[in-house]
Design a protein around this ligand. Structure first.
Ligand SMILES: [Zn+2]
Length: 272
């Protein structure tokens, strides 16, 4: 018995076969010299960390997307997103379906005013870049960065989608899978959210350092060494210069550097 065909729709392809096809195509592309960064979901959830989950929840919070996104869940889970790259203002992905589709999603950079407001609202509340990226942040900071339309996450009006398949206009499975794939990627590389929005996460910490300590709060902001972050997240992080005015705190001297492990330990004890 042949596969069912619904009108003009393509035949249904079972999940196992789809996965096998995706693996075969990915292997072929790798052999041809393509450096692929596939999305591999191993756990029950597509995204499990604060940043990854917040990315998915943000998209699902918009009614324009809520109906269309679910179709991408199976796709991203079964390994169909064989490549996903995030750069400033852009997400590019290759998604395996009946052929390999090319997805391009443009995300508007965070408006300067909005970024300034986020930094001002979080000033003095973020102890370190490590904590920020790990999502070890206060409920107050979480509320600021996840605020609909005002936080770090894009709204549909800031997102432009494109896919090489014929159904892309209504947000196809490939685009939906790619959007979920971004959430999964943020689990491992949360700094890519900031890259995507064209802002430097260190500024959120720097902004905290630049502020005078709040009354009754003796704790001073800390700037973490970049090498510790690099080893923790496996990426290169440019700490950049403080964005403040003339009274900005100078960069910390090298003598105050410490290991990421020590920083993590201290950060944990400071939270208790
Ligand atoms: Zn598509």
């Amino acid at each position: 018995m042949g596969r069912k065909s619904y009108g003009g729709w393509r035949p249904y392809v079972p999940v196992a076969e789809r996965r096998r096809m995706a693996e075969k195509k990915a292997a072929k592309m790798k052999k041809a010299g393509h450096d692929l960064a596939p999305i591999e979901i191993t756990g029950r959830k597509i995204a499990a960390t604060f940043w990854g989950e917040a990315w998915c929840q943000n998209l699902e919070a918009y009614s324009d997307y809520a109906n269309r996104l679910p179709r991408g869940r199976t796709y991203v889970r079964n390994g169909s997103v064989i490549d996903l790259q995030i750069e400033a203002g852009r997400v590019c992905a290759l998604v395996s379906g009946s052929t390999i589709y090319k997805v391009e999603i443009e995300i508007a950079p965070l408006a300067e005013k909005r970024w300034g407001e986020i930094k001002a609202r979080c000033a003095g509340q973020i102890d370190s870049l490590v904590e920020l990226l790990r999502g070890a942040i206060s409920a107050g900071v979480m509320a600021v960065v996840t605020r609909k339309g005002e936080g770090l996450f894009p709204s549909p009006s800031e997102i432009t989608i494109d896919c090489s398949c014929p159904d892309w206009a209504t947000m196809c499975k490939h685009v939906a899978a790619t959007l979920y794939g971004v959430g999964a990627r943020l689990d491992h590389q949360p700094e890519l959210l900031f890259t995507l929005r064209g802002v430097d996460p260190a500024e959120m910490v720097a902004a905290a350092v630049d502020q005078p300590p709040a009354a009754g709060k003796g704790r001073r902001g800390r700037v973490l060494e970049s090498e510790g972050l690099s080893s923790l997240f496996g990426v290169d992080i440019d700490m950049g210069a403080p964005s403040g005015e003339d009274d900005a705190t100078p960069a910390e001297p090298a003598t105050r550097k410490r290991s990421a492990a020590a920083a993590a330990k201290r950060d944990t004890s400071a939270k208790a």
